[in-house]
Design a protein around this ligand. Sequence first.
Ligand code: ZN
Length: 347
Amino acid sequence: MTQDEKHIKRINKYLTSINVLYDDLVREIALLVVNLKVSEKLFRFKDYSRITKAVSEALITYNNGLLSKINIYTEYEWDFANQKVNDLLTDNLNGIKPKIPAAAYDSKMREISKQSQNKKALEAFQERKNGKFTVSERVWNITKQAKENLEFAIDDALKEGMSAQDLARKVKGNLNDPDKLFRRVRDKHGNLVLSKNAQAFHPGQGVYRSAHKNALRLASNEINMAYRSAEMERIRANSDVVGQKINLSPQHKVFDVCDELQGTYPKDFNWLLWHTSCKCFRTMILKSQSELITEINNGQNLSPEASKNYVGDVPQNFNKWVNDNREMIERRKSKPYFLEENKKFVK
Ligand SMILES: [Zn+2]
């Protein structure tokens, strides 16, 4: 299994622990509401003052748990990406070791290790704004949506005399199918009542009605982007990297934008992914070994442009894609990330 395949596999493992966090929240809330005497009104936590504080605490636990897991896993994958680049550059250097002076070899090795000390860049990544919001703000929005999800699910599920386990199971079932749940609650209470409380069920474009689905997607994207950002940092820092190739993942089955955009790109093309949940991976294009040997033996430190492997421009298919999709791009409120980040390559 390649490093990149392991990376994708680890993301799926991390997500199971985010499932656990969510199950804990549902269980905790079920325990709190199961013995309430509820009215005919649409269920809202704030109408039951006895549990308000405990509900807020459960939500805050969920919120902080989600944020801290995202931070921990982005750090793990940041480190794994660093390790991947270390291995690649070290292997490359070891391949020419007999042909260069020992002192030059040592100094190159030290350089590689120094370039991996990039924790500051990780912190900047974790605190950055992606679009309008930071990760911490996005997590808070998910928590608010989870609260509304739960109110609807409880409204539909809670019956007198049921056990907390039954309630939790029913609530989870309801939340697995938020569209159906929304219709049922609307039929019970009417549209007017809902409109005040239905924000979570009318999220904007590209947002799920299920808070939990949004949590999984956010976490998975952040973790993947952390890995890709660390690679990007390393590519920038090392002048032996002269380009990059963006490849389709072996699991890629359906033809999409990833097929259209794959290819070799300049090293300063800022690539993290083509779209949400994109599993494409990157390989680095290095100076040839004979170039490196000559350069080191001449005591030089040549820029990437000097290499015959240097990639100076985006591939033709990238330009074609931008041209073919100009109208769609103009219409979209939030532009594709890879265009925003690479304005100088968009003609
Ligand atoms: Zn892709």
